[in-house]
Design a binder for this molecule. Structure first.
Ligand SMILES: Cc1cc2nc3c(=O)[nH]c(=O)nc-3n(C[C@H](O)[C@H](O)[C@H](O)COP(=O)(O)OP(=O)(O)OC[C@H]3O[C@@H](n4cnc5c(N)ncnc54)[C@H](O)[C@@H]3O)c2cc1C
Length: 469
């Protein structure tokens, strides 16, 4: 979608082909037959450091549908609530007072964690690129408790991977880009509409206003090759779409099946199959009464990592007094459980932290297991991610899985699309800057950290200062 919009706005006539009836892909929603509700595949959140994603929302007129929340509530058993928030201190000190007040971490662990965060400030990618976050934390003498109660919960939610598998490169990115560089870099951005609305009509009309079109419910089956380049895409309904350039933006597991044989076997197709997935589970619960007034909360020490109160985050009415969505990331253990076992654990944990939920009646429930939610952000997987260009002059790759420098996120997907768009234009002899700059560090971080150069190309849109929410 991001490649399509960027190229259309650069003057190309674009056809976007989508297999499903709605746009959004993994960040999509569907009308659920059993509950009759429009249900997001899973809660999707972003942060102000997702500068390309916010640029994409601006391009399709959806930016106003993202609401940013300036504090993160943590709820422990019996309902004790504490908050992480920024104060007047300059970055990277802005969260220090609220961090020191978090009751579920001991003073000793706060001291160790602070030392760990300080060494992250001086973290340099060179030399330790291949290690896991856990190796790095152990080498920094982080206690088991600080790993379990702090590093693991933050990283598993941000990266959809545990500290034992997640690369230190991405773990460092989470803390440096989001939490330490800017007092507002970590605010949670939550869509105020279902994902299919966020990515739906406004994207279609933006594309149509630029002479483009969206073809829904059309599956690309094959790309036809003649004289070493792609000439057309064969669709499920028997149509053939001809074009000068093709951007393949399928999920990483689906892409090899559509790739021409010479690309699949000679370049990275085989490697794509080696990308390890990491699952996510979403549990949706509709209650007969209000069970919390919080819009969302992190649940330290629980198997359910977050709840999101859709009755509060969505504009418009809901069919129940409370509609909550519970998220468990890197939920490998849960893939073996039945949906009713998952529901039981999730409800029990929710009732432990929200006393109001104990007497409430569950009107409807839904468990969505996503075994292939994202690829794992491990150092090993990094080797299998290709760039946007292929050995075919007019075939380009996009998606969260190409080399973006980001883990599998909506920001990574938009970066992938923008990189592909730049490559398409470059192949036409046009040097265009589509990627936007990272969020500029503020306070003391201006001296400690320089924005990283973008991966896989050098072009960044100049003069576009990213503005915070
Ligand atoms: C449960 C879950 C929770 C997540 N939470 C977050 C979050 O909170 N924040 C965040 O930033 N990211 C989150 N992510 C990750 C994010 O959703 C993805 O990184 C992002 O959506 C990937 O976008 P993409 O365009 O690369 O791929 P996709 O979204 O997978 O898009 C690929 C598209 O290709 C279509 N397609 C497939 N085959 C064909 C074919 N043959 N012909 C035509 N079309 C085809 C698919 O239908 C799909 O629409 C989450 C993902 C999941 C699954």
């Amino acid at each position: 979608m991001s490649a399509a919009i960027a190229l259309a706005q650069e003057g190309c006539r674009v056809t976007l082909i989508e297999k499903r009836a709605v746009l959004g892909g993994r960040a999509g929603s569907h009308l659920d037959a059993t509950t009759g509700e429009c249900v997001d595949n899973c809660q999707h959140v972003l942060m102000p450091c997702c500068t390309n994603l916010l640029d994409f929302y601006r391009r399709i007129g959806a930016r106003e549908k993202i609401r940013f929340y300036p504090e993160i509530p943590f709820i422990e058993s019996e309902g004790r609530v504490s908050f992480l928030r920024s104060c007047f201190l300059p970055a990277p000190l802005h969260c220090t007072p609220s961090f020191l007040r978090l009751p579920f971490l001991s003073l000793r662990d706060k001291w160790r964690i602070s030392l760990g965060l300080v060494s992250l400030l001086f973290w340099r990618e060179k030399g330790i690129e291949n290690g896991s976050a856990l190796d790095w934390l152990r080498a920094r003498r982080q206690s088991q408790r600080s790993i379990e109660d702090f590093w693991q919960p933050v990283l598993v939610s941000a990266l959809n991977e545990g500290v034992d598998k997640a690369s230190i490169r991405y773990a460092a990115k989470v803390f440096l880009d989001a939490f330490l560089s800017h007092p507002r870099g970590w605010w949670l951005g939550i869509p105020s509409v279902p994902l299919s609305v966020l990515y739906g009509a406004s994207l279609v009309s933006t594309l149509e206003n630029h002479q483009g079109q969206v073809l829904l419910q059309r599956e690309v089956r094959e790309l036809a090759v003649r004289n070493g380049q792609i000439v057309s895409a064969a669709l499920s309904q028997g149509e053939n779409v001809r074009a000068d350039a093709f951007v393949l933006a399928l999920p990483w597991q689906a892409a090899p099946a559509v790739m021409p044989e010479e690309i699949r076997t000679l370049t990275m197709g085989a490697s794509l199959e080696k990308l390890d997935p990491s699952p996510i589970t979403g549990v949706h619960l509709w209650f007969d009464r209000v069970v919390t007034n919080l819009a969302f909360a992190a649940l330290p020490g629980k198997q359910v990592h977050w709840f999101f109160n859709k009755t509060r985050t969505f504009d418009g009415s809901s069919s129940a007094a409370s509609y909550l969505q519970l998220v468990t990331s890197a939920a490998r253990g849960w893939m073996r459980l039945t949906k009713s076992q998952i529901l039981e654990i999730a409800l029990r944990e929710l009732q432990e932290v929200l006393p109001e939920a104990r007497d409430a009646r569950v009107l409807k429930s839904l468990v969505l297991k996503e075994p292939l939610a994202t690829f794992s952000p491990s150092s090993e997987n990094e080797r299998f991610r290709p760039g946007p260009e292929t050995t075919m002059r007019n075939l380009f790759l996009a998606g969260d899985w190409i080399q973006t420098g980001w883990p599998a996120t909506m920001e990574g997907a938009v970066r992938g699309g923008y990189l592909a768009a730049q490559a398409v234009l470059r192949a036409q002899g046009l040097s265009r800057k589509i990627l936007v700059p990272d969020l500029a560090p503020s306070g003391f971080m201006r001296f400690l950290r320089r924005p990283e150069p973008p991966t896989h190309q050098s072009a960044i849109r100049s003069g576009s200062q990213f503005t915070l929410p």
